[in-house]
Ligand binder design. Structure first.
Ligand code: SF4
Length: 397
């Protein structure tokens, strides 16, 4: 692993803000440490889910965050309590041998697998091979997608190497490529690691940073990695609701109370997804937890908002309460992004975007948080009028 910027404190090295956090190396934020849990194979047993809820109640804020990399994050951890929290997580089997192993084990897993499918076996195998000492020393953000369901569902999620089902076995390919190589389910993890080695040997991570798609823009993939075409079929981002594998449940802005995690864990094992939703394994119904999003028509699915004030020092206003207030104005199929500043952490893609500023609310009719605004300095009621107009215009297109 590359050298990360560190600052020492009494519990050992702690990463400075801006680094990709883990459990062993958390990130310092304004409200304490951010401790990111990467459940092996994207799966939490009922005991692990309930154990995390207990630890959150003891050592962190009672609200947990689901990330767009299918991880679970605790916030507000006092640095003095980090070691105790880690001990608790280690007892649950959720901590790697060391920070280097933790940083490498970056695997997203399609959550709709059924008992006996290759997906969980492949995810486990890839995770354990990445945790070996001889595994490639990949950049912290470099990741794998085990997307081996009938139709890929993780194409919109960050990954550098993708594994997908193919009539001839498992197709392993580089993100950004339109061809890959076929492997058997037994050798697919090994093939994926070989591709990761090619990435490193080809200079994909100068100074320890880099992504596969950026490398492919600079140099062609060797022909041996371009044998079999990648299928065009893909699944749209799935909406909450019951399915054959269980119940997919969402949370506003990916935030869930520790008590909700415990309640869901008592219904079944939990599979993490990059859509800030959890799949409750085998569940046909859900416990009565108020903040759950259980169906596709919930208006809260149509808004994205970053932490905003007071959690983020860059923010010029309250983002999530505003997004919830505006959500009923957003028609089905449309998306509204509310950002505390032009950085736009919550939704880097184009959308109807509201940005809080010191002099009121800016509105970008279609763009990202750093686009030139179409309206500046609006108050909430004129913002609502403008939004209604924007969505009416969009419906007429
Ligand atoms: S978009 Fe700006 S205000 Fe929001 S979390 Fe990111 S840096 Fe903070």
């Amino acid at each position: 692993m590359m050298n990360a910027p560190t600052s020492m404190h009494h519990n050992g090295p702690m990463l400075v803000k801006g680094w990709c956090p883990g459990a062993i190396r958390p990130m310092a934020a304004r409200d304490g440490l951010v401790v990111r849990i990467r459940p092996p194979a994207g799966w939490l047993s009922p005991a692990q889910a309930q154990g995390i809820a207990v630890l959150a109640g003891r050592w962190a804020q009672p609200v947990l965050e689901l990330t767009n990399r299918a991880n679970l994050q605790l916030r507000g951890v006092d640095p003095a309590h980090h070691v105790s929290l880690l001990q608790g997580l280690r007892a649950l089997g959720l901590v790697d041998a060391d920070a280097a192993h933790e940083a490498r084990r970056n695997v997203q897993v399609q959550p709709f697998w059924m008992e006996g499918d290759i997906t969980p076996v492949l995810a486990q195998s890839l995770g354990s091979q990445l945790a070996r000492n001889e595994a490639p020393a990949l950049p912290a953000k470099f990741g794998f997608a085990v997307d081996t369901g009938p139709v890929p569902c993780l194409r919109d999620s960050h990954a550098d190497i993708r594994l997908e089902s193919h009539p001839g076995g498992v197709l392993v390919y580089a993100d950004g490529a339109d061809h890959g190589v076929l492997s058997s389910p037994q050798t697919a993890a090994q093939t994926a690691l070989a591709l990761a080695h090619w990435f490193l040997h080809s200079g994909g991570a100068p100074a320890g940073r880099g992504r596969m798609s950026a490398l492919l823009r600079q140099r062609p993939l060797p022909v041996e990695w371009r044998q079999t075409p990648v299928a065009r079929d893909r699944m749209a981002v799935p909406a909450p609701g019951p399915n054959a594998a269980g119940y997919l449940v969402g949370f506003p802005f990916g935030l869930l109370q520790a008590s909700a995690l415990a309640a869901l864990g008592s219904h079944g094992a939990l599979r993490l997804t990059p859509w800030r939703a959890l799949l409750v394994e085998g569940a046909k119904e859900l416990p009565a937890v108020p903040e759950l999003i259980t169906g596709p028509n919930d208006v809260r699915l149509r808004v994205a908002a970053c932490t905003g004030t007071p959690g983020c020092g860059q923010s010029q206003g309250f983002t999530r309460p505003l997004a919830l207030e505006l959500a009923p104005l957003v028609p089905p199929g449309q998306r509204l992004h509310v950002s505390g500043c032009p950085k736009g952490c919550a939704h880097p893609k184009a959308a109807v975007t509201v940005v809080t500023t010191a002099s009121g609310l800016n509105l970008v009719r279609w763009g990202t948080a750093d686009s030139l605004p179409d309206h500046r300095g609006l108050d909430p009621s004129s913002l609502k009028q403008q939004l209604q107009q924007v969505f009416t215009d969009a419906a007429q297109l």
